[in-house]
Design a protein around this ligand. Sequence first.
Ligand code: ADP
Ligand code: MG
Length: 664
Amino acid sequence: MNELQLIKGIGPKTIKYLNKLNIYNIEDLIHHFPFRYEVLNRSNILQAMQDEKVIIDGKIETKPVIIRYRGRQNRMSFRLMTSELLIQVNVYNRAFLVNHLLIGRYITVIGKWDKKHNTIIGNDIIFTKLSNEPLIIPIYHTTTGLNKKNLHNYIINTMEIYDNFNDYIPDYLVKENQFISKKEALINIHQPTNESLLKKAILRLKYEELFLYMLKINYLKDQNNEIDNKYIKKVNKEHVQKFIMKLPFKLTNDQIKVIDEIIDDMQQPKRMNRLIQGDVGSGKTIVSVIAIYMMYLCKYQSALMVPTEILARQHYQNIKQLFKDINIKVELLIGSLTKKEKDKIYTQLLNHEIDLIIGTHALIQENVEYHNLGLVITDEQHRFGVNQRLNLINKGIKPDVLYMSATPIPRTYALTIYGDLDISTIKTLPANRKEITTYLKKSQQIKEVLYLIKQELELGHQIYVVAPLIEESDNSDLSDIKKLEHQFNLAFGKLFKIEVLHGKLNSKEKEKIMQSFLDGNINILISTTVIEVGVDVPNATMMIIFDADRFGLSTIHQLRGRVGRSNLQSYCVLISDKEKERLNILTKTNDGFAISEADFKIRGQGDLFGYKQSGDIDFKIADFQKDFKILLKAKEDAKKFISKKLFEQYPLIKEKIETSIIIE
Ligand code: ADP
Ligand code: MG
């Protein structure tokens, strides 16, 4: 049985709804915080006018009487003693509350004041303590089928049995900052009694989240700071230069700069621990290939870790090609290999018969043993998160590490968020690139869009279509992916091959479709956002995004980065009837950093990490941007905590950091 069923009012059906909100247990439910509050001033009944909306506190004086009408309607009446006078309350269709309306109980009634009849026509009843303060009503995100008020009630019912008030802020910091207790904070976030306490509750919970995050980052940094000459790798720059000269293109200045930074890292008596941030298509892969080549020259093995098999395969093909004149042994280790094939690779890795292994994160998670692992590269870092970094350390292997991320984060934030990493940035795109032309169209302009698609198809180019999600979520009228497929088939099905890729397919089916698109056998790929990050299909020149307003700017920018990957002119068409101003930013610039700045301003960190959030940065209440000041304070406090070696004194905090490391 799911523990959520222990909560009053929650049955299997409700659990399904809760799951949709990512609530799977009591802990999740308690940490489902309101996203805003409504503040209503309490009324003075003596001054209220006829028909004025009022909020009145009082004590129930009489047992409610219920009158039932046809069609399940009902009216409940009782008397309420307010601080001024005794009044009548009539509430409609709230008969289900009757068992809670006991004589002597204090409640707040919201409704319309019928002065003539000394009666409130109530439309809501809230169970509160008597108070003169404004009434603060928490508003929660919910999902269709789950009433907001019920959700709030479940949370309140949970508070009654919840007792895990573990405090992850050390007592000296609680004192110094005059934080309220964890328990008080949780109670006040869900049932605020006044604004000043609510503010304290929010501050405390935000700080705690950010403090733990910064502890984790600094813990990592500490682990990486060991100085030892064994980490020095002497790179033969001439050989590297020769390799670069033979590449099919000239490196951009930013690529060269980053390569120099890597060479510099390698010669330090410290592990390399570097993040390469670069816009989609900026050419991060080649930089990592050169790093791999340097490792090879220094007789070390490298591992290249990517989030999906399809991306692993693509890197494998490309990199093999780049190394074709060099005696580097490259292998691919992915889940779909047979046990025999895998075993062979394991043996070869151990005997250093493989110089570069490419695969998913199984590369460092399973019991893969290396002869001499010098470098681990993680592509599309934002798909992995901090825990992956810890995993490496926990395994006791200490190779150099390079992370590559296409999510540009403004530098001030990056320095804090990735406080344990050195950061390199590739800003310029390769010179042969044409800017992607982006259009914003209304749904009624679909004919124009189809015409644009037709032109591209006739040039022999391929097209991505991003459809709305397949699950009809919430009550928005998202056009359905199946309907879309049908329409595209009507328009283009005779001459062109159309396929649909969505989250309900299993990974084999997805891989097959993706591979077929890569091979040029599919002309139009309709998909939900499961389009793999990082795939490189130079012949794809158009990206159509339906309901574009659903996405953050950075996400759309990432999506459109799937096109414009060759010297062909590419296009992105955003279709939306809403949020014209915001989406227009994308028609004006292709600069991922500028877009991410704009996103930051508009939505806070919300969308920063793309459509698949990495678990650890998915805060419940804190926000990197809005709470940047708190973050800086938490950073200082966390640094001191670690430098004073306080983990042993605070086993609860230690355990929290360590368990959060093991989860992934
Ligand atoms: P990303 O940074 O998004 O991972 P890739 O490394 O996949 O980008 O590079 C995108 C494309 O640009 C690849 O086809 C790659 O071969 C090409 N490329 C990389 N660097 C250059 C360059 N300096 N000049 C021309 N093309 C380049
Ligand atoms: Mg890439």
